[in-house]
Design a binder for this molecule. Structure first.
Ligand code: MG
Length: 311
């Protein structure tokens, strides 16, 4: 007896034909790793992900080294990776200093990080909710001049560990402002993984009513409460076609007590492949990459597909 290595393909109605997977493992995943990973391993991780066919790989971040020591080698990572033609390698930048470093490292795509709630804005950004845009405004202005696409991450879109459930109207306000100020995309983060599918569809419908094109909306689910794939399917049914995921499910959420973090990319690919939705990703290569990284980190892979294929 051996594990099944690919799903049976049975499509469902009213789903996008193709989904763009936005791989966040090298940035969102690794930044939550306690032990420092050497630069060569990070570069090999990105290169293996590129080779598995992922269209977008968030490669690193240009934040203050004392805030996130794990990603202090962003410049070396960007210089060391082999950029596959047609693949995007965005980087996270918090401010102008980060943007300068990102541009010097020849980044062509950036992301900024916003909050949907007052408490998280204060704790994570050191700003009030109404002032957080002041932080991004110069970055967005400069990116526009350089024709650099900017993704706006929005944290705590569904629930917040300090404030409880989040009013979707507040999330809409933050997303509309990000788009008006020049973000090309927004990514709706369920940072503590508490959302359920109805909540997801309600928020997406409200964003579309607020005239944010559904092609500009990405979803970023955490599996803390086991809802990440259900929420993804709900988002796809609402017309979303960009989904964030992390190879091997790496990246525990620092704001939730559980270690369970990002939706695992191979679990997402298994579902999409089974639905007949194109991703361009080679599931075998991707899973092998997650197993390789888990081996390096010295612990079992967290994804269900990774576990199924190793037992
Ligand atoms: Mg995440």
């Amino acid at each position: 007896m051996s594990p099944m290595r690919s799903p049976s393909i049975v499509p469902m109605n009213n789903l996008p034909r193709r989904v763009r997977i936005w791989e966040v493992g090298p940035r969102d995943g690794l930044q939550n790793e306690a032990s420092i990973i050497d630069t060569g391993t990070k570069i090999e991780f990105v290169n293996r992900l590129s080779d598995s066919g992922l269209p977008v790989i968030e490669a690193t971040s240009f934040v203050r080294a004392d805030r996130i020591p794990q990603l202090a080698d962003g410049t070396e990572v960007m210089a060391g990776i082999s950029r596959r033609s047609g693949t995007r390698y965005p980087v996270l930048v918090p401010n102008m200093k980060g943007l300068d470093a990102a541009l010097a490292a020849d980044a062509h795509d950036i992301a900024v990080f916003a909050s949907a709630t007052e408490t998280f804005a204060e704790r994570n950004l050191g700003r009030s909710l109404s002032n957080q845009m002041d932080m991004f405004a110069p970055v967005l202005d400069r990116a526009r001049l350089d024709h650099i696409p900017v993704r706006g991450y929005v944290s705590m879109c569904f629930g917040d560990p300090w404030e409880g459930f989040v009013d979707p109207a507040k999330v809409v306000d933050v997303c509309v402002e990000l788009v008006e100020r020049g973000c090309s995309d927004v990514s709706l983060g369920d940072t503590i993984g508490v959302a359920t599918p109805g909540q997801v569809q309600k928020l997406i419908n409200m964003l579309v009513l607020a005239r944010i094109n559904v092609d500009r909306i990405g979803v970023h689910f955490h599996d803390t409460y086991g809802q990440a794939l259900s929420n993804t399917l709900a988002a796809l049914q609402s017309g979303v076609s960009t989904v964030d995921a992390s190879a091997g499910g790496i990246g525990g959420c620092p704001y939730a007590l559980s270690a369970t973090g990002n939706l695992a990319t191979e679990d997402l690919v298994w579902m999409l492949e089974g639905l007949g939705v194109e991703t361009g990703v080679d599931l075998e290569k991707l899973t092998a990459t997650s197993l390789w990284l888990a081996n390096y980190l010295g612990r079992p892979v967290q994804s269900r597909v990774g576990q199924a294929l190793t037992h």
